[in-house]
Design a protein. Structure first.
Lengths: 156, 286
């Protein structure tokens, strides 16, 4: 089947999509957007987190056909005018080890900071509870989110 | 595989009537896992996310009607005051990403004994609205909905439309045992709902029997023995825990043993009733 939806502000069409295919597969393998990572394929790890309309979701659990006519924003879409403050903060804080979980964490942290200006540690941990880092670099990730929150608040 | 995408409820019912083996797809948090892992290859997926009315909730006085597709995140944000037991359970589902997609309707459709929505729905006395093209709408009390492990009273040509729940008449609590706070399938879970007007306490057990179920003997015991104006007596609380545990029919599995689950149900039952009773007495005193 054919699926047409908006990705990072541009309308895209994927052809010959299998009916059981995930949005994640379409993004990575058909539209050339490998930022969202494919790991657990069961919504456990958060590596494939993207915005579907305005809510962060696991792209591996969205059937491609469900994205028809909707808006998707991937980690690539956060960096359209240079790096997003969340991405910059991850770099500066050393919140990236192997990097595999990073795109999902960046999107999920981005959503948190869109909703909560100055999240507490508990709020950050709760927001990121569905994103696993197997290098277990969580402390630096917390630092990065706090740094990004400060920067964004200062820029307001 | 076919991908069916109705945009109205009537179209959805027609699609299910014409193709009863089509698998309804909502947030995908169960169905897509099975497809990704090749556990399931249904002849058709029936995507319900383009049917707008399923994604809204409404109220008529104290009666709430939650569309089958309303995500957990909306229940948490908008219904915590009216339906505290269900909202507490919703907060324990998966992660934020999962709560943005998963819904009570999907939980009912999967009918897993471990589904987090079920205990609070049972304790509150909720009912499930289902509909088919041929026979129209029918309402199934939650306690009659669950028939077996991942089996429900939903017929092959029916779709789940909504859940009906009354605004909480008294304190409600939900508690769940798991290895961490997020991304946990319940080892076991328990919900309690006080109905002070009827001098009745509702219960719901999760992940402790082939289906979610009420602890009926425990409810009858409290209806007979509770003094609604006095603090809880320790002996009564202990007996309540025992009766809830004896309502369980758990199994040993990777998440826990049957013995542990029975024990934990007694603990959760005592704990949640204690919390609810404290609120109840504070409200009486206020």
């Amino acid at each position: 089947m054919r699926v047409t939806f908006t990705v990072n502000g541009r309308e895209e069409t994927a052809e010959d999509v299998w009916e059981g295919e995930s949005l994640l597969y379409v993004l990575r393998e058909r539209l050339g957007l490998p930022g969202s990572k494919n790991a657990c394929e069961q919504g456990e790890c958060g590596s494939c987190t993207v915005y579907l309309d305005d809510a962060p979701v696991c792209a591996c659990l969205v059937a491609a056909g469900q994205a028809q006519g909707r808006r998707v924003r991937t980690v690539e879409g956060l960096a359209e005018r240079g790096l997003d403050p969340v991405q910059e903060a991850f770099v500066e804080s050393g919140a990236v080890q192997c990097g595999f979980c990073t795109p999902g964490l960046v999107v999920q942290a981005h959503d948190l900071l869109e909703r909560v200006e100055r999240p507490s540690d508990a709020e950050i941990r709760e927001a990121l509870a569905g994103n696993l880092c197997r290098c277990t670099g969580y402390e630096k990730i917390l630092d990065a989110v706090k740094l990004a929150a400060e920067r964004k608040a200062a820029a307001r | 595989m076919e991908f069916l995408r109705p945009t109205t409820w009537a179209e959805a019912l027609a699609a299910k009537a014409d193709q009863p083996d089509a698998v309804p797809l909502q947030g995908g948090t169960d169905v897509m896992v099975e497809i990704n892992f090749s556990v399931r290859r249904p002849p058709a997926l029936l995507d319900l996310t383009a049917v707008p009315e399923l994604a809204t909730w409404s109220r008529d006085g104290d009666r709430y009607r939650i569309g089958a597709a309303v995500p957990y995140s909306t229940i948490i944000a908008e219904l915590g005051g009216a339906l505290p037991g269900l909202a507490q359970a919703a907060r324990t589902v998966g992660s934020p990403q999962i709560r943005n997609r998963g819904s009570v309707g999907g939980n009912l459709g999967a009918a897993s004994p471990a589904g987090d929505s079920h205990p609070p729905l049972l304790a509150a006395g909720a009912a499930v609205e289902v509909e088919s093209r041929e026979r129209g709408l029918r309402t199934i009390p939650a306690e009659e909905f669950y028939l077996g492990v991942k089996r429900s009273a939903l017929l092959p040509d029916e779709l789940i439309k909504a859940v009906r729940v009354e605004r909480a008449a008294g304190p409600q609590y939900f508690a769940k045992v798991g290895t961490r706070n997020a991304m946990v399938i319940a080892v076991c879970s328990f919900a309690v709902a006080l109905h002070p007007g009827e001098r009745r306490v509702g219960t719901g057990l999760g992940s402790a029997a082939p289906t979610p179920r009420r602890a009926l003997e425990a409810e009858e015991f409290l209806a007979a023995e509770l003094d609604w104006s006095a603090p809880l007596e320790p002996a009564l609380l202990a007996r309540f825990g025992e009766l809830c545990a004896s309502a369980a029919a758990p199994i040993d599995d990777v998440r826990g043993t049957a013995d542990y689950r029975r024990h934990a149900i007694a603990v959760l039952a005592r704990r949640t009733l204690t919390w609810a009773w404290q609120d109840h007495l504070e409200r009486r005193a206020a």
